[in-house]
Design a protein around this ligand. Structure first.
Ligand code: SF4
Length: 211
């Protein structure tokens, strides 16, 4: 996939200065960041931003072959899940088991995910159909010296949303093992991909039991 994305970022002059017949041919052989300089057109100031994008795509391509191993369990993950651009953690969709709990955007609370021994701290992004979409914020009250946020008890983690940073981008419908980058235990999770847009994915059926 990166090859076709790289081809779109090349100048499109098909001048052959790089030693290849066309920009598309150059994209197909380009595996090394140093080789970018073989295209003299890309060295022009107006293509500076594109060079950076090509470097990032090459780095992502290399990361596909990296092994991603959970620290706690030593299990191998298919990919690591990073936050969406500009967000503090991957998004999690939570369903509290206590039906009396009312959550509103901006609320900060603590909870324990089903199957996980660690207490989490989260901030509500939105609520819909009994699910709260949250960011994990950590125990910030300790730094501020303020009282701990309300404990809403056990929650089912219904979904994760984020960006595949390292590893292979999965297909919709695929059962995957993934490592959320914000997981304090760095434990591999499992789930099913229900939506993808480029590297952005939504995973549901979350489980900490991984075979
Ligand atoms: S030198 Fe650059 S513009 Fe010319 S064909 Fe090669 S990649 Fe395309």
């Amino acid at each position: 996939m990166a090859k076709s994305e790289i081809a779109k970022l090349l100048p499109g002059y098909n001048c052959g200065e790089c030693g290849q017949k066309s920009c598309r041919d150059f994209a197909s052989v380009l595996v090394n960041v140093e080789w970018i300089s073989k295209c003299p057109i890309l060295q022009q100031e107006k293509f500076k931003g594109r060079v950076k994008q090509i470097e990032e795509l090459l780095a992502l391509d290399r990361s596909k072959d990296e092994e991603i191993i959970g620290v706690l369990d030593g299990l191998k993950a298919d990919f690591s899940l990073a936050p969406l651009p500009g967000e503090p953690s991957c998004r999690e969709d939570l369903h509290p088991f206590d039906i009396s709990v009312v959550l509103n955007p901006g609320d900060v609370f603590r909870y324990r995910p089903l199957g996980c021994p660690v207490t989490h701290f989260a901030k509500v992004l939105k609520c819909s159909h009994g699910l709260a979409t949250v960011h994990l914020v950590g125990p910030v009250h300790l730094l501020k010296g303020s009282p701990p946020p309300e404990d809403i008890g056990l929650c089912m983690v219904a979904g994760f949303e984020g960006v595949v940073r390292r590893g292979k981008v999965p297909e919709v419908g695929q059962t995957v093992k993934f490592l959320p980058e914000h997981c304090m235990m760095q434990k591999v999770h499992s789930g099913v991909i229900v939506h993808s847009e480029g590297r952005r994915v939504r995973i549901e059926g979350i489980d900490l039991k991984v075979w």
